[in-house]
Unconditional design. Structure first.
Length: 434
């Protein structure tokens, strides 16, 4: 058998393996997880057969699709959602901010939305989360911008895929000449006023971790309309090197191609005959994904409508169930534009049971749960030990409440109607104990 015949046989056997693998029903009701089918695995094999491991044709294709789906001009892949946030804030510092400028963010969130602010010698200013939509409230934003004129930017997440009052936030930020960036790691698939939620603001970041809406294993992404911002993020991702070629890495499929001899900074101390793609313009990193990962994402991007529908169906079934209860448990209704990350509940203080009682019972009955990431980040050791690096405005009673009384159930496409029925049955059995 020649190489082509072997590849065909491997693909055929692999398709059979995927079919058998996906027959296995996990006994545990999972909070989240990847749903990967034959097409994704076939693309993975194609990437392996290409024998081009770093960014190549699949990376270019996934970046193009990411931008197109996001209604943006530019898309960029990274090796993690956290890396995407680091690149976003590093490029923003390069173009828009100076040392000591302040960036408003939420106290209830995830560390790697905040940490890149500190890494870039900027100061995160925490404000409390709004319980109505689990996002930044326009009122808190305007209060903070009036109070502290050194706040030059906003970097917040669309928590659990829920929509904030984006128009109001952008209008207020514009009035105070403040740049807005959105972390969409929970929100891929959600829309706002008919447009992808990541199409708003200066730029948006994603995580394609295995527990998220779609996956490339470990990985992340960025989208923006700003060409200079995109080129800066791209250069910082690629060791700090400038590359003027929009089809960088196409040598994966066209090995005769070479980088154009284009320099960004021409008046510098680097010799004129120095290879241009070894001229370092920024203090950069290597945060590129494998082409193998991009191959997975290329096909996962096509499945967003399928996954969104499954998530909304699972979410709404749980929502309808909780409306039949009389425990005062807070839940959140969604509309058809929201692609939920999970199903959140907030327990009132006066219940006979505590969150740990419910969480332990569900765990023993093989129903996974999660807390809301960091809860109030200011209570965690990393921030308690480093108070000199951040500031806070107002109280944070909502973030504290979430830290103590909030719980999430899974609505991911990894679960079907039968799984959600089992969750409901398990909850019914728990209420009987109290």
């Amino acid at each position: 058998m020649n190489k082509q015949d072997l590849e065909h046989s491997i693909k055929s056997l692999f398709r059979q393996w995927v079919t058998e693998k996906n027959k296995n029903q996990v006994e545990k009701i999972r909070y989240a997880g990847p749903v990967i089918g034959e097409d994704e695995y076939e693309y993975m094999l194609e990437a392996i057969f290409n024998d081009w491991w770093s960014g190549g044709k699949f990376t270019n294709e996934a970046e193009r699709k990411l931008a197109e789906i996001s209604d943006r001009n530019h898309g960029l892949l990274t090796n993690a959602g956290s890396s995407a946030n680091l690149l976003l804030m590093s490029a923003a510092k390069e173009l828009y901010f100076e040392d000591g400028d302040k960036i408003l963010t939420l106290s209830c969130g995830f560390p790697t939305t905040v940490n890149p602010i500190i890494t870039n010698r900027l100061i995160p200013v925490f404000v409390d989360i709004d319980l109505d939509d689990l996002n930044l409230s326009p009122e808190k934003l305007e209060y903070a911008l009036k109070k502290d004129k050194k706040i030059k930017g906003v970097f917040v997440a669309h928590t659990l895929g829920f929509k904030s009052k984006i128009r109001e936030i952008l209008d207020i930020a514009r009035k105070y000449d403040c740049h807005v960036f959105f972390d969409c790691c929970d929100a891929y698939g959600t829309k706002y006023e008919g447009l992808p939620i990541q199409s708003y603001g200066k730029a948006s970041s994603f995580s394609f971790y295995v527990a998220h809406h779609i996956t490339m294993g470990e990985g992340g992404g960025l989208v923006t309309n700003d060409h200079d911002f995109f080129m800066t993020m791209r250069g910082m991702r690629n060791w700090g090197r400038y590359c003027a070629n929009p089809q960088c890495c196409m040598r994966a499929s066209r090995p005769e191609l070479f980088c154009p001899k284009t320099k960004l900074t021409k008046d510098c101390e680097v010799p004129d005959d120095y290879i241009v793609n070894y001229q370092y313009e920024w203090l950069g990193y290597n945060l590129k994904p494998l082409d193998l990962q991009a191959a997975i994402l290329t096909k996962q991007l096509d499945r967003i409508p399928e996954f969104d529908e499954a998530r909304r169906k699972n979410y709404n079934k749980l929502y309808d169930y909780f409306q039949t209860l009389d425990y005062g448990i807070r839940t959140w209704k969604i509309d058809d534009e929201v692609s939920p990350f999970a199903f959140p509940i907030l327990l009132p203080e006066n219940l006979k049971f505590k969150r740990k009682n419910l969480q332990d019972f569900l765990t023993r009955n093989k129903v996974e749960t999660r807390l809301l990431f960091g809860g109030n980040l200011m209570k965690h050791p990393a921030y308690v030990k480093n108070k000199k690096y951040w500031e806070s405005i107002g109280d944070h009673k909502n973030a504290d409440n979430i830290m103590h009384n909030f719980l999430m159930l899974g609505v991911s496409q990894v679960n079907n109607e039968e799984h959600i029925d089992r969750v409901i049955e398990t909850l019914d059995n728990f209420w009987k104990l109290w």
